[in-house]
Design a protein around this ligand. Structure first.
Ligand SMILES: C[S@@+](CC[C@H](N)C(=O)[O-])C[C@H]1O[C@@H](n2cnc3c(N)ncnc32)[C@H](O)[C@@H]1O
Length: 228
């Protein structure tokens, strides 16, 4: 007599609908069902805050923001090679320096070969320059504003426990860090020429005329010999 029960593979395939539904998406994520069912996602928006990306899974540790999943971004409950793109705007500086390589490695694991990481952080080179250029003008309204603003953007708003910055990066240091993990083609990205509809979030913010967000993309290599 043959069993009429569908094989496990079919059952898991049926769980894929969870990727399209909002509330179960959160539950499924926390119960490792995404990983079990080997669900593939178009993209992740890590530390999304109020800036969602349509079609992506929007994740944040703060339950008061508009995310699909309330979770930390440093350990993803997703299968290896299962996500097309990972975007994060002004989140990576919230990761302690000692954890930075581990977290970039975790994002690399989850990305599909050829998948892209989009990483936006405060540009420490710009912020140091603004600070030093304006320190002699600290007794003027404009000088004081720019020096204090550079410090605020360096150390974070400090309004809650997820709002502290642990480290600062420039293009040179971030590129070196990303390449040490295995990412390639590290470059500044131009949101106007990308296929992804990025939100108008902190990565486009300016103080006076200076752009202080360092917006970088990096690719997980296609090669079958790439680190997984
Ligand atoms: C400065 S806001 C950026 C929000 C949005 N991405 C933007 O650019 O407008 C940083 C966000 O990251 C979240 N966050 C910080 N550390 C986190 C962590 N370890 N795991 C998940 N979310 C985190 C915060 O709750 C906050 O919503």
């Amino acid at each position: 007599m043959t069993s009429s029960r569908p094989p496990l593979r079919t059952l898991l395939a049926r769980l894929r609908f969870l990727a399209t539904v909002k509330v179960p998406k959160s539950i499924a994520y926390h119960f490792f069902l995404f990983r079990l069912a080997n669900i593939e996602l178009e993209g992740l928006n890590l530390g999304c805050g109020a800036s969602r990306i349509k079609g992506f899974c929007n994740i944040d540790a703060n339950r008061r923001v508009a995310c699909d999943v309330i979770a930390r971004v440093d350990k993803l409950k997703l299968s290896s090679n299962s996500v097309g793109a990972i975007y994060n705007s002004h989140v990576f500086e919230h990761i302690p320096r000692a954890e930075a390589v581990r977290v970039l490695t975790e994002w690399y694991r989850v990305l599909r070969p050829g998948g892209k990481l989009y990483l936006c952080v405060p540009d420490q080179e710009v912020l140091f320059r603004v600070y030093l250029d304006n320190l002699p003008l600290y007794d003027t309204t404009e000088g004081r504003y720019l020096v204090d603003r550079a410090c605020y953007l360096t150390y974070g708003g400090q309004a809650n426990r997820h709002d502290f910055h642990f480290y600062g990066y420039s293009f040179t240091t971030l590129k070196s860090l990303l390449e040490s993990v295995g990412y390639e083609d590290v470059r500044r990205f131009d949101r106007s020429t990308s296929d992804i509809e990025f939100p108008r979030d902190i990565s486009v913010a300016q103080v006076d005329s200076f752009q202080w967000s360092l917006n970088v993309e990096a690719r997980k290599p296609d090669s079958p010999w790439a680190k997984t």
